[in-house]
Write a protein that binds this ligand. Sequence first.
Ligand SMILES: *Cc1c(COP(=O)(O)O)cnc(C)c1O
Length: 227
Amino acid sequence: MNACERLAHVRERIERACEKANRKPEEVRLLGATKTVPPERIREFFSCGLSLFGENRVQELLKKQEALRGLPIEWHFIGVLQTNKVKYLMGRVSLIHSLDRKSLADEIQKRAKKAGIVQDVLIEVNVGGEETKAGVSEDELFSLFEYTMGLENVRVLGLMTIPPYEEDPERARPYFEKLRKLKEKLEEEFRVRLPHLSMGMSNDFEVAIQEGATIVRIGTLLFGERS
Ligand SMILES: *Cc1c(COP(=O)(O)O)cnc(C)c1O
């Protein structure tokens, strides 16, 4: 399959999952997770109509933005974010998916204020409680959320998670359900609306959509296996 066929295939599966869940396809955004994918390949997918991409590493993001400058691509940052790299992201990504600690929130606040912007973020939650995974624990989530709500130049739009890997996507469902419930709890307790749930990857996005995902982050299924 060429790039456009691959994209069409993924979009079809998203539409079918939406139908099954009684949701509108417009409610789910497809993000191409482009770690290790060269700029020329990204350009191909852009030509096919995909305009939202996410990078895991700041250096790699900057390189690709440089190589693809001029194209109206929307970039998100989806990887582990080191505090000392925040300054490079300002004005370059419309959404950071991986806020997971107060010190990082402080740094985003400081740099966003300096840049004269409000930076949209998602809080990453470690729903599986895995030691090796990024994200706040459920226990820390409410305190980090409240803290970040108090920062003028940082706006929380929802939650993100990477659940434990499961061969059978059905087994990821409880994690997605948990993230949705946490979002609902935050909305209720803080009387805010959180529009986004970033969850679902190549192996499990259909289940994530059924559980309320608004952004699915797809790498392998679009771009092929990473070398
Ligand atoms: C790599 C990556 C993805 C995409 O994973 P695939 O299984 O290749 O679809 C999604 N989200 C994050 C944060 C990633 O690092």
